[in-house]
Ligand binder design. Structure first.
Ligand SMILES: NCc1[nH]cc(CCC(=O)O)c1CC(=O)O
Length: 322
């Protein structure tokens, strides 16, 4: 940490509305636990300026790289990422010092005329750039006895909702957490049950990252950590890594705690992989004791990945959405 205790801690952030909101909340929490001022330092990433489709420029990892470079150059002291945008390999020089308590992990629908997913008419045009969402939405629609047309879009949350407001699409699907964080949660017309649509690994969670050598800052940021969220997202990301998939693969995962009365005693990990048209899904779940260490959480993810691979998951992951 910047050793002078009267000097502000520098938080590197993207300048999108979502990133600024996430960083603002974490900055406030860090001020509260450290008693130190926190200053936001805006960093422009290639993903913010490029009009190319994300899948073509290497997935959402592009958002992360510029922030990490700023950390490594010592221009900022820490950074906040959407956990689902982080690649599953962690650079040795950096640590995820805190994974705060996750908020709503579900995907939300923003549809015209207040429609829920079940109410969408046959042939409805539904926008999303995510193969994971496409696969599960198409599958869910089939189960409801209809077809939808998934339309590949990208852009920030405002841009995506704009397609619905302009009448170009019947609906778009976005992370509920993202909508909530930019103050547009009340525009969701439906929240997709995780029984029908599993979120991206890590969705709804944040990661607070700093240099591995910055022991004082790691200790201070550690106060924001939520061990259950950390165990859950570690298992989810381990599943993704063991499937040898990236953030643009059609993989959904969610770990949650199962409680017996007041006592939380097990963690359940659910995973899904599918073809974009939703004709074939491999969806499995496994349950085990709540992981007590990083390695135990990783093992839970690997175990489910092995079961999914044995059911043919690898053959379903080659497609691109955009
Ligand atoms: N892919 C971009 C992205 N990265 C994180 C979020 C939302 C916040 C979160 O999931 O934590 C979003 C937007 C979305 O998927 O709708």
């Amino acid at each position: 940490m910047n050793s002078r205790h009267d000097q502000p801690l520098r938080l590197g952030t993207r300048r999108s509305k979502l990133a600024m909101s996430q960083s603002g909340h974490v900055a406030e929490a860090v001020r509260a636990v450290t008693g130190r001022p926190v200053e936001l330092v805006e960093i422009t990433t290639y993903g913010d300026v490029s009009r190319e489709h994300l899948a073509q420029i290497g997935g959402t990892g592009v958002f992360v790289t510029a922030l990490r470079d700023a950390l490594l150059r010592g221009e900022v002291d820490f950074a906040v990422h959407s956990l689902k945008d982080l690649p599953t390999t962690q650079p040795a020089e950096l640590v995820l010092a805190a994974i705060p308590r996750r908020e709503d992990p579900r995907d939300a629908l923003v549809a015209r005329d207040g429609l829920t997913f079940e109410q969408l008419p046959d042939g409805a045009r539904v926008g999303t750039g995510s193969p994971r969402r496409m696969a599960q939405l198409n599958h869910y629609a089939r189960a409801l006895g209809k077809r939808i047309e998934t339309v590949a879009i990208r852009g920030n949350v405002d841009t995506r909702i704009g397609y619905v407001r302009a009448g170009e699409l019947d609906a778009v699907v976005l992370a509920a957490a993202g909508l909530n964080r930019i103050g547009r949660g009340d525009e969701a017309t439906d929240f997709l049950s995780v029984d029908n649509v599993l979120p991206a690994p890590g969705q709804g969670a944040l990661a607070v990252e700093c240099l591995a050598s910055d022991a004082d800052l790691i200790a201070a940021l550690g106060e924001l950590d939520d061990p259950h969220t950390r165990a859950a997202v570690t298992a989810e990301r381990s599943l993704l890594a063991a499937l040898e998939a990236g953030c643009s693969a059609p993989v959904g995962a969610l770990a949650d705690l199962l409680a017996d009365g007041e006592i939380v005693n097990e963690m359940r990990l659910r995973g899904v992989v599918g073809t974009i048209d939703g004709s074939t899904l491999v969806q499995l779940s496994t349950t085990g004791p709540v992981p007590q260490s990083h390695d135990e959480a990783v093992a839970l993810g690997r175990e489910l990945a092995d079961e999914m691979l044995a059911k043919g998951a690898a053959g379903l992951m080659g497609e691109r959405a955009l």
